[in-house]
Design a protein around this ligand. Structure first.
Ligand code: AMP
Length: 286
C-alpha cells in the first residue's frame, strides 16, 4: 500500500492506471476510520482494480466556531485499517498541497444545500463540494463511495457530479450502526459516558418515525412533533433541526407523497450528531 502526500504524484499514479484500463475506486474520508468507512472501502475494493482512500480533514468545510482543531486524528491506526481491507493507496495530503497560497476557487451547489445543515452550518457544503471536486481531479476515480449517514452531502455530491459533467459514478451506501443503533461517527468520541445514552435518542426517534409511517401517518408535522418531543426528553440534548424533506430537492414537505427523508441534527454535549431515515426503507434499530 502506497501513501501519497503530493497531488502531482497522485495524479500521475492515477493517470498511469487509467491508461492501462484499470478501474479506480475512491473513498474520501476525514480519517479516524470506523466500520462505516470500512463498509465503503470494502465495497470499493470489490468494484475497482485500484482502491484509493483519502484522509484529509478539510478546513474549508468547518465554520470558525467548529471543531477543526480538535477533530480526532490517528493516522497510524487508519493506515492499518486501510491495509486490512486491501487498499492500494492512501492519499494523505497536507493543507499546503490542497490549498496553496493564493487559492481562490470554490464550488457552490445551490438548491439542495440551502436547507438542513446548509442553514445550521453556513459554508459547510461549499467546502465539501470544493474539496470533493478537487479530490476527484486528483484521484481521477471511475467510481466514488459515500455514506447515506451524511444524506445531504451525498445528494450534494451527486448533484455536483451531474451538473458539472464529471465522468464518474457516485454510489451511496447504508449507514453502519453500533449494536445499540447509534450511527457510527468519528465525532462519537466526543461523547462523555453520561451522554452516550442520550445519543441513542436520534436512532430511537427514527424508529418511532418509521413506526408512525408504517402505521399510515403521512403528516410531516405530526411525525416531527413526536420525534422532537422524544429527543428533548433525554438530558444533554439540544436540537439543531428535525425536518422531513424530499429526497431529490431537500426541500421541506408537509405531506409525505413523494420519497421523503427525516433528517436530524442534535447536539449531545459537545458532539453534534446527525442521522436520518428514508421512509419505506428497512431500519435495523433495537
Ligand atoms: P467522514 O470521514 O466523516 O467525512 O466520512 C467519510 C465518508 O464515510 C462519508 O461518505 C460518510 O458519509 C461515510 N460515513 C461516515 N459514517 C458512516 C456510517 N456510520 N455509515 C456509513 N458511512 C459512513
Amino acid at each position: 500500500m502506497r501513501i501519497i502526500e503530493s497531488v502531482k504524484e497522485m495524479q500521475e499514479y492515477s493517470e498511469a492506471l487509467r491508461n492501462t484500463e484499470h478501474r479506480i475506486a475512491f473513498v474520501p474520508t476525514m480519517g479516524y476510520l470506523h466500520e462505516g468507512h470500512l463498509s465503503l472501502m470494502r465495497e470499493g475494493r470489490s468494484r475497482g482494480d485500484c482502491l484509493t482512500i483519502s484522509i484529509y480533514v478539510n478546513p474549508t468545510q468547518f465554520g470558525p466556531s467548529e471543531d477543526l482543531s480538535s477533530y480526532p486524528r490517528d493516522f497510524e491506526k487508519d493506515r492499518k485499517l486501510c491495509e486490512s481491507v486491501g487498499a492500494d493507496v492512501i492519499l494523505f495530503p497536507p493543507d499546503r498541497e490542497m490549498y496553496p497560497e493564493n487559492y481562490q476557487t470554490y464550488v457552490d451547489v445551490e438548491g439542495v444545500t440551502r436547507n438542513l445543515c446548509g442553514l445550521s452550518r453556513p459554508g459547510h457544503f461549499r467546502g465539501v463540494a470544493t474539496v470533493c471536486a478537487k479530490l476527484f481531479n486528483i484521484v481521477k476515480p471511475h467510481v466514488s463511495f459515500f455514506g447515506k449517514k451524511d444524506y445531504q452531502q451525498l445528494v450534494t455530491i451527486k448533484r455536483m457530479v451531474k451538473d458539472l459533467n464529471m465522468d464518474m459514478e457516485v454510489v451511496g451506501l447504508p449507514t453502519v450502526r453500533e449494536k445499540d443503533g447509534l450511527a457510527m461517527s468519528s465525532r462519537n468520541t466526543y461523547l462523555k459516558p453520561e451522554e452516550r445514552e442520550s445519543a441513542l435518542s436520534l436512532s430511537r426517534s427514527l424508529k418511532k418515525a418509521k413506526q408512525m409511517y408504517d402505521g399510515g401517518e403521512r403528516n410531516a408535522a405530526r411525525i416531527i412533533e413526536e420525534v422532537t418531543g422524544y429527543i428533548k426528553s433525554f438530558p444533554h440534548t439540544r436540537i439543531d433541526y428535525v425536518q422531513i424533506c424530499d429526497t431529490d430537492t431537500m426541500k421541506d414537505m408537509d405531506a409525505l407523497k413523494s420519497e421523503a427523508v427525516i433528517a436530524l441534527a442534535v447536539r449531545v454535549g459537545k458532539a453534534r450528531l446527525i442521522d436520518n431515515y428514508v421512509f419505506g426503507e428497512p431500519l435495523s434499530i433495537p
